[in-house]
Structures are given as C-alpha cells and as structure tokens.
Design a protein around this ligand. Structure first.
Ligand code: BGC
Length: 717
C-alpha cells in the first residue's frame, strides 16, 4: 500500500505543483487527437516537460483513450503517480437521463440515485474517476441558463437530491470500480447572478446564504462527496475562487471538508479580470491561500507557485496539504494499485446503453414530464388521426446541455415515440418552422397536415444552446416564429396539445392561451420520445411537479414560493387597493407555482388533523390527511408538507417545504398520509447565525402544491 505521506517526502517542488494542475485531454501524449496543441501550450506558458508532472485530466471520454494516456503517463512520471481523470457526467454518460431540473420535478429520490449510479457505471468503464456533479446551485432565476443543471429553487428538496446523486455516483467507491467520485459544484451561490446573466455578481447577506444557498452543498458533503468545485462569481465582493472566508472559513473550517477543491475552468486566472489580482502570480497566491487545490485549465500555479514559496509569500506546507488531498483521493480510488481502475473496452460495450439503462431513462423521463394544463384532451386514445407539428417533432436535440457523451443516433425522437402508438397512416408530421426562424412554405405545409388530423400535437421549445452555461436570456418566451405557428394551428379549431422542450421555466402565457393541453417535457434525454408518448397515450399517468416557479412574466423574476410576506401584503383582509406590495400590470403570483403538476387522476385532500395543537422541543407532532383518488385512472400523487413560522426573530418565509410523500392510488381509493414534525425542522438562522427554533405559533400546510393546501396551526412550547 502506498504511503502518501512518504510519497510526498520524495517529491520535488515541481512534482508537487504538477499535482495541482488539471489540463484537458489533448494536452496529453497518449491522447487520440492532440490537434494543434503547441498554440494553447504557448498561450498558457507551459511546455511538453510539464505534462508528465500533471495531476489530473479533464474531459477524457473513452476507455481506449484514458488507458492510453495513463499508460504513457505511468512510463514518464518519475514516481509513478497516476493521473486522475475527471469529466462532466451530469445527467448520464451515454444513456442520457432528463436534465437535473426535470429530475427534480420527479421528486423521486430513488430513481435519481439510480440514474447517477448508471451514469457512474457507464463512465467508470470509460475510465472516468471523478464526475463534476452534482451541480446543486439553488436558483430563482429562470433567465440564467444553468437552472437546468440543478434541481430547482428549494433548499430542502435540492439537499435531498444532492444526497441521492452523491450516493448514486459514489456508492462504495473504495471497493467498487464501477463508481466514480462526485464533485459538488459550484461553491458558492453561483445560481444567484444579478439579472440572471451568467458569471455575474452575486451579492447576498450571510443569512440568506446560509438559509437557502448553502444547505445543498453541505448535504452533498454530509453524504461523503469527495470533491468540491469553486464558482465563477464573486460573492459579496470577493470571487469565490479567491474567497478565503468561504473556503477556509466555512468549507474547511466549519464543515471540516478535507477533500480536494478544484477551481472552475480558468477561474484562478479570472481573478485578474475580476480585479482582485494584478497578475497571474497574485492570482495563484490568492487562490492557493483561499484553499483551491487544483487549478483547472490555466497555469498560474505551474508558473508561479515555486517563486511564491521562494519569496516566502506562500508556505510550502500549504502546497503539501493540497498535494496530500489529491494523493489521498488517488489512493482511495485504488489508482496506485491499478492506474486503469474500472476502464476497459469490454466493460464499456457491456455497460453502455443497455436495455436496462434505457428502461431506467424512460421511467425517469416519464416521471419528470409535467402536465401543466389539460382541458379534457389528454390522454389520447390512439384512434385519432394525429398531426405532429413543430421544430421538435423529429429533433434529436432533446438531450439538453451537458450530454456530450450522448449521441443523436441513440436518441428516441418524438415522432419515433408516437409511432409506437399510431400507425403511419394516422400520424402526419411537419415541422412548420425552425426553432428561431421559419418560412411561409414550412408554415403552410404544416397547416395542411394539421387540417387532416383530429388532434394536433405541437412540439415547441428552445434549442439546447439557448440554456446551459453562458445561455442566459432576457426574453424567456418561446421564440416568436414558434408562437405564431401555434396560434395558426389553434385557429384550425381542433384540440391542440403543446409540448415543450426547454431548459428553464418560461413565460408560457401565449402557449397556454393557444393550447388545450400543455406538457412541460424539459430535455427528457435518450428515451425522451418514448417517455413523452407514454404520457400522451396515458400508459404513464403524469405525476411530476414543478420545482421552480413558472413565472407569469419575466418582470417577476426572481420569483420563488418561499418568499417573505412584506409589511404590506396584497392578500391581507384589510389591504388597501394601492399601497400594497404588488405590480400594477401583472399578478404577483407565478403562472404555475412550485410543486404544481396535474395528473390524469383527481386527488381530493381531506381535512388535516394534528395529534396535538402543541409540541415541546423533544416531542413529535403527527399531521394526518386522507387523500382520495376521485378520478377513473390509477395515479401517483406527491403530497407536500409546508410549514410557516408565524413570528420569528428574523422574518420567516410564507411557506417552506419540509417533507413529501408519493402515493399510488387506484380509482376510488383513499389513503391516510401521516407526517411527523419535530423541532429540528423548525430551526432557522437567527441574526447571529445561530441555527435554532423559537417557541411560538406555526402553521402547517398539506397539499398538492405550494399554493393549494389545507392548513392548521400549532404551538412549539
Ligand atoms: C463549468 C463547470 C464544468 C467545467 C469543466 C466549466 O465551464 O462551469 O460546471 O464542470 O467547465 O467542464
């Protein structure tokens, strides 16, 4: 067994610094395609001699290549320290699952874990050791393109999903080479950029940070997440990547995290344009002192750490600690015994895109697709002539951002999915327009097809580059040309089902006004077409619920359900007409609230009963409600429990999700749901950052979403 402390003793300073460097695949000699690497090397001021010293590789994607790179590296690295391979395996590797925001809408923690476990298995066979996931940045900002990477706007739900993803990726990491280490990102509060513009300023109180934004990172670490990635943004004036209070203070000090901390891509050098470092040398100093162990894709560490140590600006012990963290992870992954770990071409063939993996992707997609509106159109009975119109009718662009391992050929498109249920003479397909542009001929051809049909499915949305990193939008409507198509189709007077493929909550007013049913499919992944068809034809009864508020208009953004009341709430019984907190031109409420989603069944909630109207600090209170499926189809309902603290030391949200349960109910069936409330669920951050509860009155709500629920009060003694 390698003793990493001893190994460290044998390392020269160059070798130590090398461990702190992460470069993309083409830089390595064993890479399949080294392309024109001299240019980037010159630009970064690194040389061929630095390569064998490097500690980790970014973005390698197949067993053949990873093994080859490792082989060459092991021959050239003096002490035989293997490379760590890291990649963004965010919602699947080859079998692509729905985007994380969609997975959030499933509220299905087990399936989320399974998806991560399948992703890990496929990626580990390809030689990946660490995935840059889960991304758990809480966001209330649909203009921000990266909202599709996290599970939404709620700290409790995001924390639960963070745990599930980490469990799924890592499992028994030390003994199971089909698992990968997880790297939670982006620390911290990257999801709150001003005005929704990517990489932009984040400025928030410590209280807000701790209440809402930090819990999911902490949850991932409590689950044993091995690594953390910094964020691009500044947080209260200091870039996260150079933020000592955040990383040495909270992350390492308070939370005792002792794994490697990697910068985001180029973020160390970005300390210069941020305006906190004069040059690359100062950037290296600040990032290192703040606690960044691995510098991704810039060479400030390579070029300046030795100098900083010589000058005694930086202590070598800080570098040693960083190196040790990296070596310990390599050891934990078993790389010193077997630098190839789980990589094997044979395993790749075996593990990738199996029927089982596809089945799991189809199931999760079915559970992630949200039914927003249904005026007696759905489910379809399969007997009607159906027109499939819109740019997503035959598009393979339904995998979403961060699906670089997935391929179009493996993707089940909407038309393919529908053809499972409809004969070819029943299904008429015509795009009608592109995503952002169209011609009159396209439009006329689609209208002709639609004329022949009894029901029209219109598949609309954003192409995947319209969200994701650097994918912010100020106008969050479906592009005009598609809205026009929908309106023209609607004029035909036939039932219209709008299906949406997109990576963010959108302003859907014009869509809901021009469609009798609306389905939010997000980016559903490899099995998207099948999953959608299962929903359209009622083989799967929709059960998903939104985990981000769907705004009424972009002017409401940021919008979130767990907001504060203000001193002049609009809905107070004695509220005057004007001097209340409101917009003059739009409602305060979102179009569809957090937790909202329809089913083909109808669920009726009985009155709430509490085991007592008061509880002490060490008692539990049970909250019971009976839920009945009054519809004619079996269905699943996600029953949600919210709490409001009616008077705190600092203001408390109008509602906070504290628990939920999934029920399966046959037609006519009733089930009693019992939740237990305990004191720990009533705690919050006080003005002095103490996390505790207050005695006093609370309100508990149980219901089908954050807006529609039954309430009762109780007192904490
Ligand atoms: C993204 C990260 C990602 C990294 C490596 C960056 O641009 O912000 O989320 O993990 O690239 O691909």
């Amino acid at each position: 067994m390698t003793d990493v402390n001893q190994l460290l003793q044998q390392m020269t300073i160059e070798e130590k610094v090398g461990q702190l460097v992460q470069l993309a695949t083409p830089f390595f000699k064993g890479a399949t395609d080294r392309g024109e690497i001299t240019g980037p090397m010159v630009q970064m001021n690194i040389s061929e001699n630095d390569i064998p010293l490097t500690g980790s590789v970014l973005g390698a994607s197949g067993a053949k290549e990873t093994m080859n790179i490792q082989k060459v590296h092991m021959e050239e690295n003096r002490l035989g320290i293997p490379l760590l391979f890291m990649s963004d395996i965010v919602h699947g590797f080859k079998t692509i699952f729905p985007v994380p925001l969609a997975i959030g809408c499933s509220w299905d923690l087990e399936l989320a874990e399974k998806s991560a476990s399948i992703a890990a298995k496929e990626a580990a066979a390809a030689g990946v050791h660490v995935t840059f996931a889960p991304m758990v940045d809480l966001s209330r900002e649909p203009r921000w393109g990266r909202v599709m990477e996290s599970t939404g706007e709620d700290p409790h739900l995001n924390s639960e999903f963070a745990r599930s993803f980490v469990r799924g990726f890592q499992g028994d990491l030390e003994n199971d080479d089909s698992k990968v280490a997880a790297c939670v990102k982006h620390f911290a509060a990257y999801g709150a950029p001003e005005a929704g513009r990517d990489y932009n300023t984040v400025d928030m109180s410590e209280w807000q940070l701790r209440e809402n934004y930090l819990p999911a990172y902490k949850a991932a670490l409590d689950e044993g997440c091995e690594m953390v990635m910094t964020a691009f943004n500044i947080l209260n004036g200091i870039p996260s990547t150079g933020n000592e209070a955040l990383m040495r203070g909270i992350l390492r000090g308070e939370w005792k995290f002792d794994g490697p901390l990697v910068s985001d891509w180029g973020a160390v050098k970005e300390l210069i344009p941020h305006g906190v470092a004069e040059d690359a040398k100062q950037a290296a100093e600040k990032a290192m002192k703040a606690g960044v162990d691995i510098e991704m894709m810039t060479a400030c560490y390579t070029n300046h750490i030795q100098e900083l140590i010589k000058e005694e600006t930086l202590q070598e012990s800080i570098v040693d600690e960083a190196v040790l963290r990296i070596l310990r992870l390599k050891k934990k992954l078993g790389l010193f015994e077997n630098p190839y770990r789980g990589a094997s071409e044979a395993k790749e063939t075996e593990a990738i895109l199996t029927d089982e993996n596809r089945e799991a992707a189809r199931e999760l997609a079915g559970k992630s697709i949200v039914l927003l509106k249904n005026d007696n159109v759905l489910p379809l009975d399969g007997r009607q002539k159906t027109a499939l119109i819109g740019p997503f009718s035959t598009s393979t662009d339904i995998l979403g951002p961060w699906s670089w391992g997935g391929s179009p050929e493996d993707t089940i498109t909407v038309d393919k999915g529908l053809s499972n249920y409809l004969d070819s003479d029943q299904l008429f397909i015509s795009e009608g327009c592109g995503i952002e542009q169209g011609t009159d001929e396209q439009l006329q051809a689609a209208l002709e097809q639609a004329e022949n049909a009894e029901v029209i499915v219109v598949a609309l949305g954003e192409h995947s580059d319209m969200s994701g990193e650097a994918g912010s939008r100020a106008d969050i409507r479906i592009p005009e040309v598609q809205l026009n198509l929908l309106k023209r189709v609607k004029e035909l007077g036939k039932p219209v089902v709008g299906v949406l493929f997109n990576g963010r909550p959108l302003d859907l007013r014009e869509v809901t006004a021009n469609a009798d049913a609306v389905i939010e499919a997000w980016y559903p992944g490899t099995e998207g077409g099948n999953a959608l068809a299962d929903i359209l034809f009622g083989i799967v009864n929709p059960s998903a619920k939104l985990t981000m508020s769907m705004p009424y208009a972009v002017g409401q953004v940021p919008i979130y359900y767990n907001r504060y009341n203000t001193g002049r709430p609009k809905d107070a019984p004695d509220a005057p007409e004007r001097f209340v907190s409101q917009y003059l031109d739009i409602p305060n409420e979102p179009l569809y609230p957090f937790g909202y989603g329809l089913s083909y069944s109808q669920f009726e909630y009985g009155e709430l009963t509490l085991s007592s109207d008061q509880m002490t600090q060490d008692e539990q209170l049970s909250v019971t409600s009976t839920i009945t499926n009054t519809g004619s189809t079996a269905g699943e309902e996600i029953v949600q429990l919210y709490i409001r603290d009616l008077a705190g030391e600092v203001v408390r949200p109008l509602k906070e999700l504290k628990d939920f349960k999934r029920l399966h109910l046959e037609p006519g069936e009733s089930q009693e749901v019992v939740f237990h409330i305990e004191e720990s669920q009533l705690r919050y951050y006080h003005a002095n950052m103490e996390h505790k509860s207050d005695r006093g009155e609370f309100e508990v709500f149980v219901g089908t979403n954050s807006r529609d629920n039954k309430a009762k009060k109780f007192r904490l003694k």
